[in-house]
Write a protein that binds this ligand. Sequence first.
Ligand code: HEM
Length: 303
Amino acid sequence: MASPILFFSVLLAASSDASYALILGIGLAGWWLAAPNAEQPASPPSAYPLRSLLLVCIGVLMLAHLVRPWFLAASMSGSTGFAENLALAPTILSSTHQGTLWYLNSLGLAILLVTVLLGRKPVAIWSAIGALCLIAFAKAASGHAADQGDFTLTELTQLLHILATAVWAGSVLISGLIILPRLARHAGIATLWTYGNRLSQTVTWALIVLVLSGIYTSDRELNNSLPALWTSTWGKILLIKVAFVLAALSLGATSRLFCLQRPATGRRTTLLLRLILAEAIVMVFILCLSGLLANTAPPMANM
Ligand code: HEM
């Protein structure tokens, strides 16, 4: 793939992965904020700019979706010609597997937008979850994991990977960049600690799913050959990504062990905010590396 096309394809993948993760993260943050507990009244999610941020993320996802047929054409034709690839896009949409998935993703995005406009009604929440699963399926089925057909174990595993990684990446991004700093300024320290523990517990479950799914998909795409991890370009990108994941993991573990599992104090609050902000920044690198991985041919493709 010509380098400018590769650069913009990775940017497209990373920005849509980040927006998707943020949408899931905002949903979870709203839920954790709204859930009261014994000591603390609920802190109203409306006190946070979650709804407008949600609409911005859906906007970015839709924009990435609208330009995707051109990039599909560019990766198939190998040309960077704007008009040439634009002319190819209708054929791709009408007669390829990627075209069918594009329409499926359009449906998911339309349902997601309607549910956000409907607000927090129970039907809206379940439709939003359905739409997010549909978008994750379309993504898993349009990536390398679907090279051996649809509804395979590899594709299902990649679907679980996309959902679990969005839970971790999305909840850490929204909490580290917006929620926790605001809770520290406007709510009691106990509310912040309750929110932090809900975040940490949920991320722990997501972590189990994403590591197992990540290892399975990696093994498949490395053609079950470990040396390909350090001899192939795809393998080397994966190694760098896993190094960043280990950094995020150690930041998360430090927040949990040295802050959240101890009594809340001013000093620990400052440390917690810094650790989760650092984890959010590392997450941005992981999402960019995941976008690069998705746009690089894995060893399995050379079979
Ligand atoms: C915070 C942790 C992680 C995040 C946020 C993350 C995120 C993602 C995302 C968004 C994708 C889809 C990329 C795309 O199609 O555009 C992906 C794909 C993938 N991830 Fe992860 N991931 C994480 C951890 C891991 C780990 C620990 C492993 C390996 C053990 C792993 C292995 C993979 C593989 C093999 C793919 C498929 C790439 C391809 O399509 O060729 N990921 N990841």
